[in-house]
Design a protein around this ligand. Structure first.
Ligand code: SAH
Length: 371
């Protein structure tokens, strides 16, 4: 971090690669520098003999791909291939959707290697097209412009892919993130196994990922809610493509209000899924986020029949797992319900985490049985 750097020697330009040494001059690591960012240097290598060149990127990408070959199942052709720091390529995101790749270079330092990375991805994976989603707001913190477009081959705006044998499309041009919430992939399957025969409510459903997996796993009925009409159009299309539209109903509403109206109407469900957007991007906003989590979890618990399941998620890094579980426990006390903790899950393994960098562990997904 900027505050930890005593001195910059020489005359590096923003984005240049430089060496970090400790107070005694011993080599710590080699990384790229951006004085405009709080994270002034992002480490690429801890090996003093390793040059940051095309071969370096080739080795990192090979390693990242080899890991996905281990953790991503064969009935799935969409996943994250490169997850920035956790793949030792800070600032770089590469997502695969079938034959296509979507890349993000979120820092100035990695932006300089964008062409090299695109070249290597073509060499290693022969994709039909590569799309750049560099319209993510974090680029502004790095002094980079917001932009998107095709950087290799040709890309349709809607890219079909398969997740555990089910068909989806990613809206790679206008969808959230790179088009789909790939980080929830393993959780969608994990949650779906509790849905068989049940009446399911999926709140904050986006393109219907949890809803369609639950219905395909045998849910009797799925009601799915999102505030975005665009997202719901995709959700309906996904349900139809997988032959489960007869058991899915999609509702455009604010989930907070909708949950309240369901409770008021005396509705009940055997399973509720809560996957809201991050309620806070900053430490200062944690109290407000906690109120939000408590409210939706409390209302979900009021809707659940005894023996039903609650799958509740948080992607707020600043609300750590122990705090999140404590908030759900507080909601359970208020709702006078007993919760049995069935599973605590994280982001899918193709979004790896570094033990020494807690920032890389942001997604929590807790599954409870409710009594
Ligand atoms: N579960 C989804 C991802 C959810 S992302 C999946 O597996 O793909 C969060 C979603 O919450 C977004 O689609 C966003 O449109 C929606 N959202 C944000 N605020 C909302 C609100 N107040 N009520 C309902 N939906 C909301």
């Amino acid at each position: 971090y900027r505050g930890e750097i005593a001195e910059i020697t020489g005359n590096p330009a923003p984005g240049d690669v430089l060496d970090v040494v400790d107070a005694r001059g011993r080599f710590v690591g080699r990384g790229y520098w951006n004085p405009a960012s709080q994270i002034a240097i992002r480490i690429l290598s801890r090996d003093e003999g390793e040059a940051i060149d095309r071969d370096f990127f080739y080795r990192c990408l090979k390693t990242a791909l080899a890991y996905r070959a281990v953790v991503v199942e064969e009935d799935t052709d969409a996943c994250r291939l490169v997850n920035a720091e956790a793949d030792f390529l800070p600032g770089l995101i590469v997502d695969r959707y079938g034959e296509y790749l979507v890349v993000q270079s979120l820092t100035l330092g990695i932006e300089k290697y964008k062409e090299t990375v695109v070249d290597l991805l073509v060499e290693l994976l022969s994709p039909a097209g590569i799309y750049e989603r560099n319209d993510a707001g974090v680029r502004e913190l790095e002094g980079l412009p917001l932009t998107k477009g095709v950087v290799y081959g040709a890309c349709p705006p809607e890219v079909g892919f398969v997740e555990y044998g089910l068909s989806f499309w990613a809206d790679i041009v206008n969808g959230q993130k790179t088009g789909f919430f790939l980080d929830q992939r393993e959780n969608r399957r994990a949650v779906a196994r509790y849905a068989r025969g049940r009446r399911v409510l999926d709140c904050f459903c986006y393109a219907g990922g949890f809803a369609v997996h639950a219905a395909a796993a045998g849910a009797a009925e799925v009601v799915a809610v999102d505030i975005s009409a665009d997202a719901l159009r995709w959700a309906a299309r996904h349900a139809a493509a997988n032959g489960v539209d007869g058991r899915c109903r999609f509702v455009e509403a604010n989930a907070f209000d909708y949950l309240r109206s369901l409770v008021k109407a005396g509705e009940s469900f055997d399973m509720v899924i809560l996957d809201p957007p991050s309620f806070t991007k900053a430490k200062e906003a944690v109290p407000g986020a906690i109120r939000g989590y408590k409210e939706i979890n409390l209302r979900a618990l009021k809707l659940l029949k005894p023996g039903g399941y609650l799958a509740t998620c948080s992607c707020s890094y600043h609300v750590a797992e122990d705090l999140f579980l404590a908030v759900v426990a507080a909601a359970a006390r208020d709702a006078r319900r007993e919760l049995r903790l069935v599973e605590v899950r994280r982001q899918a393994r193709d979004h790896p985490m570094l033990l020494a960098a807690p920032e890389t562990y942001y997604l929590k997904c807790a599954i409870f049985q409710v009594f």
